[in-house]
Design a protein around this ligand. Structure first.
Ligand code: SAH
Length: 289
């Protein structure tokens, strides 16, 4: 079996790019995307190739796509011609007054009898408000399906050569958000427990508040020399990784103007980058990942 490489079609758009291999998938027995339903699809951390096959199938069926800020534009080119692509993103942990509007918009579109694809960055159920959107759909009696995606806190780290778990380091991992609904360091978090419960802490939306978060972890007894990596634009051509320590992380985040979106990871898994940093400059020319 041969699949055309993306180099054959620099534009990546339309049906041409991967037709030979993907034509077979188009006729595969995927679940049917019924009119009047909503599919919440995770787009993955960034690189378009990290979309799942079910996600790809959904894009081939949908008649409207409602997408978030962190969804790569290349993925949106895979919709059928003429399909409406509607932006519903927000960035930076602003108060979520708009969230209700987005959820209600999904209900409205479904009730118009459309096949509604709600496309979200990473995984819809990891710090993506996918649960909230599904609750609104459920209350309105709108049928939905979740298509999980590769979360940036796992797949994004992989692109930085950082395994989220490694037997020599950790048997557990914590996923933490650095924002509460007001954009502040989350207050309802037991920082003492977070600091000591797992050797590895993976933080989403944490750059802006990293100073405060690092201070909380240090105060709770986490070691100042614990390694930290800040992985920006993971899996994308502009990916960059800043390595520091917990003791310095707050200052770095304040002074360095680090690019976002970024995942912050604390723990000795960061050290594996020395050997495992595989996503070099040359590979970034592959725009699918
Ligand atoms: N549902 C998403 C997370 C949404 S919250 C997921 O599962 O990945 C948004 C946060 O995700 C950003 O603030 C950042 O911390 C992280 N993120 C998303 N895409 C990223 C990327 N390409 N590189 C680094 N971090 C990313």
């Amino acid at each position: 079996m041969s699949i055309n490489s993306s180099k054959d079609d620099p534009d990546l758009g339309g049906d041409g790019a991967t037709a030979a291999g993907f034509a077979r998938l188009d006729s595969a027995p995927f679940p049917s995307f019924d009119a009047g339903t909503v599919w919440l699809v995770g787009a993955g951390p960034g690189a378009p190739g990290l979309l799942t096959l079910l996600g790809y199938h959904a894009l081939q069926q949908a008649d409207i796509v409602v997408y978030d800020a962190l969804v790569d534009a290349e993925i949106l080119k895979w919709v059928r011609p003429g399909v409406t692509v509607e932006y519903a993103g927000k960035r930076g942990g602003k108060p979520s007054s708009k969230q209700r509007d987005i959820s209600l918009r999904l209900v409205e579109l479904a009730q118009e009898g459309r096949k509604v694809l709600r496309l979200k960055g990473g995984d819809p159920f990891i710090f993506g408000r996918g649960g909230e959107e599904c609750q609104t759909l459920a209350r309105a009696g709108v049928a939905f399906r979740i298509v999980p995606g590769i979360s940036s806190g796992v797949g994004g780290l992989a692109y930085a050569g950082i395994p989220a778990t490694h037997r020599d380091v950790n048997h557990s991992v914590i996923f933490l958000t650095g924002h509460d609904s007001n954009g502040e360091v989350p207050a309802g978090v037991d920082w003492g427990a977070i600091a000591t419960a797992s050797p590895v802490i993976v933080m989403y939306m944490a750059v802006k508040n990293l100073d405060g978060i690092a201070a909380k972890l240090l105060e709770a007894g986490r070691a100042g020399d614990d390694p930290v990596a800040i992985v920006s634009n993971a899996s994308l051509p502009g990916q960059s990784v800043y390595e520091t320590t917990l003791g310095d992380a707050g200052r770095i985040a304040t002074e360095e103007n680090l690019p976002t979106p970024a995942i912050v990871v604390v723990g000795h898994v960061v050290g594996f980058r020395d050997m495992l940093d595989w996503y070099g400059e040359a590979l970034r020319e592959n725009r699918l990942g």
